[in-house]
Design a protein around this ligand. Structure first.
Ligand SMILES: Cc1cc2nc3c(=O)[nH]c(=O)nc-3n(C[C@H](O)[C@H](O)[C@H](O)COP(=O)(O)O)c2cc1C
Length: 337
């Protein structure tokens, strides 16, 4: 049997194979972030007949202040639970597990969308240069930690098989993690342990709400690839701390303002060197995503010990039948060899 076709158990969650759909913001929710029929159909199409083992549902804002864009999915209050349940059930009825990604955009949010002051680890200019973020006070940080914990509890109540904390792509938790953005002088800044203090407190607060057995993923923008930003050395220590704190799966991404390795062209799995290195330092499963387009290459990454799970994003985003076609071809070929 190929590793790609083999199951992986994460606490009480059994993934039947190693192919997953990573979180992909659709911008299809209602203006208030609620679920609608179009979004349910979108997830139904991608889960159809259970070819994928797991869908990590797109980043969902944990509070209005942390909303990244219009029509983003919400997990910000209890009125979202019924709609979220429909997404979870739709995915699960196809035999696919469902995890909800939780996010706060930090300075990547915009007052014109949220109606709230833009916040971050430090005073930073927004990407469009229109706003400067307010550096969060310690009591405001505590509120954000509670927002993540409350949102995680909602995801659990909605029937999701787990939650993923978003700390990549230059959103709020990435803004704390990276010295490129985090210029604080208090205990939420400075060295790496200071810069991941908020993460560790979120993990603890989430655990207090959802219990020790509920699968908890964290997506880490591992390296910034930018002068003054994070490097593999930071992510090695951070990954170990996250494992110790109770994270069950490390979902690896990277790059400032996106999910790219600068300068990469068409090579598949551009974060494979990062995941390979991180796997030497932690024992929890790792997800590798970024440019993977063939299951032969996916299997090679699994065999080489570069990763435990493979994320394929844009191909499945564009073509809901991608997993069916790719897995059927792969299984057919594997029978012949
Ligand atoms: C339209 C779009 C939306 C995305 N939304 C999210 C998101 O909500 N959360 C997240 O962590 N990454 C998000 N990503 C990044 C993807 O999960 C993935 O890492 C990226 O597309 C690279 O993988 P791929 O080459 O297989 O597409 C998004 C990417 C795209 C193109």
């Amino acid at each position: 049997m190929f590793i790609l076709e083999s199951p992986l158990k994460v606490k009480n969650l059994t993934l039947k194979n190693r192919l997953i759909f990573p979180p992909m913001g659709t911008g299809m929710a209602n203006a208030d972030g609620k679920v609608n029929e179009k979004l349910i159909r979108y997830y139904d199409d991608r889960a159809r007949d259970g070819y994928l083992s797991l869908i990590i549902v797109e980043h969902s804002f944990v509070s209005q202040q942390g909303k990244a864009s219009e029509y983003q999915l919400s997990a910000a209050d209890d009125s979202t639970i019924d709609g979220l349940r429909k997404i979870a059930e739709t995915i699960q009825k196809n035999g696919v597990k469902a995890v909800l990604q939780l996010n706060h955009a930090g300075v990547a949010a915009s007052k014109s969308i949220t109606g709230c002051e833009t916040v971050s680890a430090s005073a930073l200019a927004s990407r469009d240069g229109r706003e400067n973020s307010h550096p969060l006070s310690k009591s405001e940080i505590k509120n954000i930690i509670s927002d993540f914990a409350d949102a995680a509890e909602r995801a659990q109540k909605a029937g999701f098989d787990g939650v993923e904390i978003h700390s990549a792509h230059s959103y709020l938790l990435n803004q704390f993690y990276s010295p490129y953005f985090n210029h604080r002088r208090d205990d939420y800044g400075g060295d790496l342990l200071g810069r991941i203090k908020i993460h560790l407190e979120i993990v603890k607060a989430v655990r207090d709400k959802v219990g020790t057995e509920y699968p908890l993923f964290l997506r880490l923008g591992a390296c910034d690839y930018e002068a003054g930003g994070t490097t593999i050395k930071d992510s090695m220590i951070a990954a170990q701390e996250f494992e110790k704190a109770g994270i069950d799966v490390l979902d690896v991404s990277g790059g400032l303002y996106g999910f790219n390795l600068p300068g990469h062209t068409t090579e598949e799995g551009w974060f494979a060197d990062v995941t390979t290195e991180l796997k030497r330092h932690i024992s929890i499963p790792v997800i590798l995503t970024g440019g993977i387009r063939t299951l032969d290459k996916a299997e090679a990454f699994l065999t080489d010990g570069a990763t435990d799970l493979i994320g394929v994003g844009r191909p499945i985003f564009k073509d809901p039948m991608w997993a069916k076609k790719a897995l059927e071809q792969f299984t057919e070929r594997s029978k012949r060899t």
